[in-house]
Design a protein around this ligand. Sequence first.
Ligand code: NDP
Ligand code: PMR
Length: 399
Amino acid sequence: MALQAATLLPSAFSIHKEGKLSASLKDSGLFGVSLSDYVKSDFTSSALQTKRESSSRKLSVVRPQAVATTPDFTPATVQGKKTLRQGTVIITGASSGLGLATAKALAETGKWHIIMACRDFLKTEKAAKSVGMAKENYTIMHLDLASLESVRQFVDNFKRSGRPLDVLVCNAAVYQPTAKEPSFTADGFELSVGTNHLGHFLLSRLLLDDMKESDFPSKRLIIVGSITGNTNTLAGNVPPKANLGDLRGLQGGLNGPNSSSMIDGGDFDGAKAYKDSKVCNMLTMQEFHRRYHEETGITFASLYPGCIATTGLFREHIPLFRLLFPPFQKFITKGFVSEEEAGKRLGQVVSDPSLTKSGVYWSWNKDSASFVNQLSEEASDAEKARKVWEISEKLVGLK
Ligand code: NDP
Ligand code: PMR
């Protein structure tokens, strides 16, 4: 079936060597876009945006980012010090896809204890077993990011566990591309922004003190971003495009009747809400960096792990999309990565000693070498980041 689909796709699209996409189909109902819109826009390959990074932390060895970093996790050697204990990393949404693959990759090193922060305990237990994670390497703790009460409860439970917190990975997300009407979190926020951004915002704010107290040599807060929230890329120009506007909907609480369920105050669009939530994720990471990096030494980072077209993220998409999306990404855009490879990439951002730069957004080139990528104008707008932070603080009850 997948092969059959793949043979259909190349006749419709091709990407030339120089990275320009051309299309022989005018419109694709399946991918929901008019291709003529993209061919006009330059294909800004993330690989073309390679920048060399200079490490801001005191590392004995600084490697250029264009060089492939090994998927070998070595937290024990950061700054030449020996770590006497395992690192503790919380990964939200570790029951499937990228979160699970990262948990597996880190567990296999034996150097990490993974707190799998998930809403479905049984599903997570089965998932951990299915990928062969040894029992002593993980703990499952309940977390429903669509409820602020659940986030607070999770934080209390974690604190009571007495474990230090060394790395927090905000990975969980929902994507509702086919929803006609918005759905809402327990606190009445539109579900995608409420879960992907606001739930994680509260979680990371409440856990910051625990990270400050940790004696781990390289403490990190990672918030998973995406290419589709960055309008400086071809993928980010697929409609509907991310756009937070003047934040009037966020200010109004994203709750429909009295205000809009969308951040920019517009009509509900599930795909846009997801992309907007990813912009919030990338802005939040940078605002954390500006406010806390110097004081705490914590590394704040975001990333685009590649297009992991097989994950549960697309579970609400139409079956035909789920069938054709993986071959489309594999053979046409060549942006596809397997869950395993994506898990290694996020694993690097968790623990590779050369990825300690703070305030940056990581991507990987076609040889799987990491580099610091450029964010779109909106996703790097410091004033917007400050406003999103301040409004979010009020919405989650921190102010
Ligand atoms: P999956 O759907 O496989 O994983 C998402 C995870 O989030 C699941 O474990 C899911 O739990 C969890 N989750 C959803 N809602 C909640 C909630 N309310 N509370 C707690 N956990 C929740 O998708 P991916 O692995 O693809 O996505 C992981 C991250 O990667 C996301 O941040 C996504 O934006 C990002 N990403 C993905 C790309 C891709 O191509 N797939 C590309 C770029 C970024 P459950 O199992 O219970 O549903
Ligand atoms: Mg996209 C280099 C081109 C590229 C890349 C890397 C992605 C990644 N996509 C690319 C191109 C295109 N996509 C083109 C040309 C089209 C029109 C045919 C297209 C369409 C498309 C759709 C309909 N793409 C999508 C969708 C989705 O529903 C996915 C989405 O937006 O989820 C939010 C998606 C994605 N494309 C990607 C990636 C990584 C995604 C999904 C994951 C995400 O951002 O989290």
